[in-house]
Design a protein around this ligand. Structure first.
Ligand SMILES: Cc1ncc(COP(=O)(O)O)c(C=O)c1O
Length: 394
């Protein structure tokens, strides 16, 4: 809708290199990016090794198959890095996400785990090979069966409603079948599919491993009452990131707790899935925003809540910040709030963010841990939008 050439980088000839496998212009340092940049927008930084390391953590530690939740960061470079790191399964919600993943990794296995889909999305997904689909009510199940002509090779996943526990972002109230509904739906769906699964989501940024343990025990209890077997259990996303002010247990504790709960509840021999979004990409992405104006303790930046800082504004999340500037700045830190570039007063990030006391116009602030639900949520409101994304290899 708003086409801008403002966020261009210098001619590729000036760039040090291109990162394989992400295909991004690659730099060793953030300072090199700033020195080379000729555009006017914020810049998205990706750290491929950090994303690859997160993938490795899940591939070696999670007790089941890892399915990346594409919504967290659908940037083609992120998908390429994850594919190159060994991630083979992708949770998609829309036709665009399906087409995007298939354009990058045609052999990827796609899971359409959105519990409410348009008929066109179901038809498209089935046509291009998607067999795993979620539902949480009879109407959606009927929709899936109708639009796939009652295909015999569907893998159906019933999404459960669960009460929220220790998630910083609960996902309660919108999707999921209650216990009663789930029992009826499992019985209804079973004759239609050779693969019937259950799925749940404990809420995003789940701070307590016990939420997974409790939910897996609940699933066992529910299945005992329904007297029905399932072929897979999808433990969803929710795996947390250590943002400032939030100290989740180590990821290994989540994996161990899930493994123990699966064994204790008799789920040793079925397929297990996990759908991490945030945990795979948050720490591998930053936004580099420039200070356009300083008014006392307020810094006006070229990125904000309509850009990649939605959660910093709406949830007051205090992302870690680093100053990048050619000149020396004071060692004394002061607390600042940020304003974004649009004319909307909601475009404000309270923070506070600790930065050198003499920070000034033209300085660049790297806002870290924004690789998930940052760039992915950015709009082009007011013409402020950045398509500049680079890899930092150093
Ligand atoms: C169905 C589903 N799976 C996975 C995720 C990823 O969650 P997270 O980023 O908390 O890991 C989400 C996020 O909303 C989701 O809706």
């Amino acid at each position: 809708m708003f086409s801008s050439n403002a966020s261009r980088l210098a001619q590729p000839a000036l760039l040090p290199d291109f990162d394989r496998p992400s295909g991004l212009p690659a730099f060793n340092t953030v300072e090199q990016v700033i020195a080379t940049y000729q555009g006017d927008d914020a810049i998205h930084l990706l750290y491929p090794q950090v994303i690859a390391a997160a993938a490795e953590t899940f591939l070696t530690g999670f007790p089941g198959q890892v399915v990346y939740a594409v919504k967290a960061n659908p940037h083609p470079a992120v998908l390429k890095i994850l594919w190159a790191s060994g991630i083979r399964n992708f949770d998609v919600a829309s036709i665009r996400e399906i087409d995007l993943v298939q354009s990058i990794a045609k052999d990827a296995q796609l899971f359409l785990m959105h519990p409410v889909k348009s008929r066109q999305t179901i038809r498209h997904a089935y046509r291009v090979g998607v067999r795993d689909m979620a539902f949480d009510c009879e109407a959606e199940l009927t929709k899936i069966l109708t639009e796939t002509d009652h295909a015999g090779n569907l893998k159906l996943h019933l999404r459960l409603a669960i009460s929220s526990g220790a998630a910083a972002m609960p996902l309660e109230g919108k999707f999921g079948a209650t216990r009663r509904q789930a029992i009826a739906l499992l019985r209804l769906a079973r004759p239609h599919t050779a693969h019937l699964g259950l799925s749940f989501h404990v809420g995003s940024q789940c701070m307590d491993t016990a939420d997974y343990e409790r939910t897996i025990a609940y699933v066992r209890d529910l299945l005992n009452e329904a007297d029905i077997t399932i072929d897979s259990l999808d433990c969803g996303g929710g795996f947390p990131v250590a943002y400032p002010g939030m100290t989740p247990p180590p990821m290994a504790d989540y994996f161990e707790t899930i493994q123990t709960a699966l064994t204790a509840n008799g789920f040793k021999d079925i397929t297990i899935y996990g759908e991490p979004g945030r945990a795979l990409c948050a720490q591998g992405g930053s936004t580099l925003a420039r200070v356009e104006l300083r008014k006392g303790k307020a810094l006006y930046l070229n990125d904000g809540s309509y850009g990649s800082l939605f959660d910093a504004a709406q949830c007051s999340w205090k992302y870690p910040t680093k100053l990048h500037t050619a000149e020396e700045r004071s060692d004394t830190l002061e607390e600042f709030r940020f304003f974004g570039p649009t004319c909307d007063s909601l475009d404000m990030m309270e923070g506070p963010f600790a930065l050198p006391a003499d920070i000034q116009e033209g300085d660049w602030i790297e806002i870290c841990h924004l690789g998930a639900y940052g760039q992915a949520l950015a709009t082009d409101f007011n013409g402020f939008q950045s398509d500049a994304t680079v890899a930092i290899l150093g």
